[in-house]
Design a protein around this ligand. Structure first.
Ligand code: PRP
Ligand code: URA
Ligand code: MG
Length: 216
């Protein structure tokens, strides 16, 4: 896991398996099925890293030899929030790791002309001290991420309990999200170069939602 002095609260998950799979995803010849499968696999690997410090408790159990106080995860303490559509591909992987997590959805699409997010759905579990992991593969301008975190704040979840998991980010998006929500930890597999004239990430991987669902 890499950090950069100019981006506080950004964690780049540079594990070789994650990087290898991401390169396959970027390839424009990758099929819809291949893209979706890789996104699920990478999310699982990223999930392993971002859950490193989840709250633990202990449970009295008996091994075949003697009783012990064994470490276990505190039950029902995580909520996964997919930013639709493409975030769904990431929660698929994460829910395999944390099957007891509650799941929420925030539906957003970027307006073609303004590049600003348009909200069409919000359905969230109760906060109750849970850690919220919001997921969206692309952190481009950062406007969608800021909107999603605003929604979570209004729902009663403070920045300190929110982690944002992207697949590919650019400096501009990271700066925008940090400026509005400095307490939110951002995890990404790659920090790419910049945005193009249409606010697409370069080199990026194209439109994540379209590639995942085979739409155009
Ligand atoms: O950082 P931003 O500039 O806001 O861009 C990122 C957003 O754009 C994509 O969604 P899109 O609007 O394409 O919706 P989709 O997932 O339904 O395709 C992506 O999944 C993010 O939500
Ligand atoms: O490169 C980008 C930018 C925004 N949304 C995407 O899906 N891809
Ligand atoms: Mg899209």
């Amino acid at each position: 896991m890499k950090t950069l002095p100019e981006f506080p609260n950004l964690f780049i998950l540079d594990h070789p398996l994650i990087q290898h799979k991401l390169s396959h995803m970027r390839d424009k010849g990758r099929s819809t099925n291949g893209f979706r499968t890789l996104l699920r696999e990478i999310s699982l690997l990223m999930g392993y890293e971002i859950t490193r410090d989840l709250p633990m408790t202990s449970e009295r159990i008996e091994t075949p030899l003697e009783p012990m106080d064994a470490p276990v995860l505190m039950g029902k303490k995580v909520a996964l929030v997919a930013i639709l559509r493409a975030g769904l591909g990431m929660t698929e992987g994460l829910i395999e790791l944390i099957p007891s997590a509650r799941q929420g959805h925030i539906g957003l699409y970027r307006d073609h002309d303004t590049k600003m997010p348009v909200e069409y759905l919000v359905k969230l579990p109760e906060p109750q001290g849970r850690i919220f992991i919001a997921v969206d593969p692309m952190l481009a301008t950062g406007n969608s991420a800021v909107h999603a975190i605003d929604v979570l704040n209004r729902h009663g979840v403070p920045d300190e309990l929110i982690r944002f998991m992207a697949l590919v980010a650019v400096p501009e998006g990271v700066r925008t999200l940090h400026a509005k929500h400095p307490g939110v930890r951002i995890y990404t597999a790659a920090l790419d170069r910049c945005l193009d004239g249409n606010a697409y990430i370069l080199p990026g991987l194209g439109d994540a939602g379209d590639r995942m669902f085979g739409t155009k």
